[in-house]
Design a protein around this ligand. Structure first.
Ligand SMILES: Nc1ncnc2c1ncn2[C@@H]1O[C@H](COP(=O)(O)OP(=O)(O)OP(=O)(O)O)[C@@H](O)[C@H]1O
Length: 543
């Protein structure tokens, strides 16, 4: 049968994917193989010895000249006869042969040389010397770090990769090193990144109690995972993928024609979420619009989406008119009208839920469908509104941000670093799920996530790569699934089809609907009829 070529996406990152998917099964197989080898070790030794004895016998027979083979055969036959006649002869013969086989079958491979070779020793010594100015204390009578000192005392464990570069290193440092100071840490991390080899991603784990720093090289995250229907529950959104060590859960994904399991970064929204809204930051081209598109496609499976695009590059045009897409606004008047409606819809839901709660009823049906408000580059509208003498649309996000969680309303804001100061206070305060994409200095990452990342970035950061932090949780490395604009000429056919397959059908926009849905008034500039201003007690109850 002819072998089918691997699909394109498989060819790129298959090594990383295979590593992730097969890590556990390989570990299991290795453990089973180790146990089996331990149990069967004597048998393996004896059979190897028998093989070697038989080979030696054959060689001996072949080397014996033909005229001497007759006497040799006679000698062997006599020996057999004697063995057969002597009491316990056969038994003793078998025992002797087994003992000889065990002796000859012993493992004669020379043990692997312990410790690093010459080149590796030089690398470790160089690393040690480079660390001396950082870890040496002038008043230390017995310094762990000193020029010409012994690296063996400072580096308690080390592993090298195939290329001869350091792959894992445990570094001891003196207790007086200020390891609680982020700047002191950053200096050491930067030095190690440079000295241990650029172009790779490192994870730094500071053990402040044990005065130990563990440096590990991370495998690159697969940058090639396409958008697809993810197997998640309601209220769960996949922001992207991360390291297997970071999360317990894996997600079954189609990868070309294969199925792989990849650990996702799952963001939970809704009533029970502690991070009900998200802020994504990045430089231009880092992939924040792609992240928003990916979120929109997932949100549309269970809810309605309103998109306000300050970038105005038409990157969300594919969503216009699709079922569940309430509006895609690219101009200031439309953005203001839509966000005003969204604020009033949040209030309406909140009041309905409160009334139902007071009456002892479950939340009304028309408050349950999640409403997503995705705002890309609000700073552009803020600027336009200022020059136009209008209201900043961000002020309209206050109600959804403050009270959205109880009303099943989720807000996602994406902004570029250079316009970060234009973000309103409500956006800063209420977006507890955070994402940073693209090349960013550790200080920039810290400004958004609240803590610096424990990992470095690769020399070339692919689009959609960054960090995510949910509330006060750990910082995850993140790779957003490839979700390009299907209307972009540069998008490949496979990617275009993958995104088009996820889009809901064009419903109401193409076929004139008998009546607009309750959630979306025909004229977004007017609030729904049953909307009332948010009473103070409703806000208090929600809070
Ligand atoms: N997760 C991803 N995987 C693969 N390619 C991506 C990913 N995210 C973005 N890209 C690619 O990077 C480019 C920029 O993406 P995107 O438009 O989302 O960035 P952006 O940050 O919104 O920039 P801009 O504001 O300039 O549009 C696009 O060509 C897009 O296809």
């Amino acid at each position: 049968m002819a072998r089918r070529p691997l699909p394109r996406i498989l060819s790129k990152d298959s090594a990383q994917i295979a590593r992730t998917q097969l890590a556990r099964s390989r570990e299991l197989a290795r453990t089973a193989a180790d146990s089996a080898t331990d149990v069967l070790h004597p048998l393996i030794t004896v059979s190897r010895g028998l093989r070697r004895l038989a080979a030696a016998g054959r060689r001996r027979w072949a080397d014996t000249p033909k005229d001497k083979r007759g006497p040799l055969l006679f000698l062997l036959a006599s020996l057999f006869l004697v063995v057969a006649l002597v009491p316990y002869g056969p038994l003793l013969a078998v025992v002797s042969v087994m003992a000889a086989a065990a002796w000859h079958g012993r493992d004669r491979t020379p043990p692997a040389p312990e410790g690093p070779d010459e080149a590796q020793t030089e690398r470790l010594q160089a690393l040690y010397e480079a660390l001396v100015p950082y870890f040496a204390g002038p008043d230390d009578p017995a310094p762990l770090y000193a020029h010409g000192g012994e690296w063996e005392k400072a580096f308690t464990a080390h592993e090298f990769e195939d290329g001869g570069r350091v792959g894992h290193l445990v570094i001891r440092y003196p207790a007086y090193f200020p390891d609680g100071d982020p700047e002191a840490r950053a200096r050491v991390e930067q030095l190690l990144t440079v000295k241990a080899g650029r172009g790779r991603e490192y994870h730094f784990a500071w053990d402040e109690e044990g005065n130990q720093l563990t440096v590990a090289v991370l495998a690159p995250l697969p940058s090639d995972l396409a958008a697809q229907p993810f197997v998640t529950g309601p209220g769960e959104t996949v922001l992207g993928f991360t390291d297997p060590s970071e999360v317990q859960r894996t997600l079954p994904l189609s990868y070309g024609e294969e199925q792989v399991d990849i650990p996702p970064v799952v963001w939970r929204t809704g009533i029970r979420s502690t991070e009900p809204h998200l802020l994504a930051m990045g430089h231009p081209g880092s992939g924040i619009s792609t992240l928003l598109r990916s979120i929109a496609l997932q949100a549309l499976r269970h809810g309605d989406v309103l998109i306000v695009d300050g970038g105005g590059t038409g990157e969300y045009a594919c969503l216009t008119g699709r079922d569940g897409v309430l509006a895609v606004e690219c101009a200031l008047p439309g953005a203001l009208a839509s966000l005003e409606w969204a604020a009033q819809e949040t209030e309406r839901r909140l009041i309905s839920i409160n009334l139902a709660r007071q009456a002892g009823d479950p939340p009304p049906e028309d408050t349950r469908r999640p409403l997503w408000i995705l705002v890309d580059r609000p700073s552009v509208f803020a600027h336009l509104a200022m020059t136009d003498g209008r209201r900043d649309p961000q002020t309209l996000l206050q109600v959804p941000l403050r009270h959205g969680r109880a009303a099943n309303v989720t807000v996602v804001v994406a902004e570029q670093f250079d316009s970060a100061e234009a973000l309103g206070d409500a956006v800063r305060q209420h977006t507890r799920a955070r994402v940073v994409l693209g090349t960013a200095a550790p200080r920039q990452v810290e400004t958004v996530l609240g803590v610096p990342p424990h990992t470095t970035q690769p020399a070339h950061v692919p689009p959609g790569r960054g960090f995510a932090r949910l509330g006060t949780g750990p910082v995850h490395r993140l790779q957003v699934p490839r979700t390009p604009d299907p209307y972009d000429d540069a998008t490949s056919d496979t990617d275009r089809q993958a995104v088009l397959d996820l889009l809901p059908p064009r419903g109401t926009a193409l076929e004139p609907a008998p009546a607009p849905t309750e959630a979306l008034p025909t004229d977004l500039t007017k609030p729904p009829a049953d909307t009332a201003p948010l009473p103070a007690e409703a806000v208090a109850a929600e809070g």
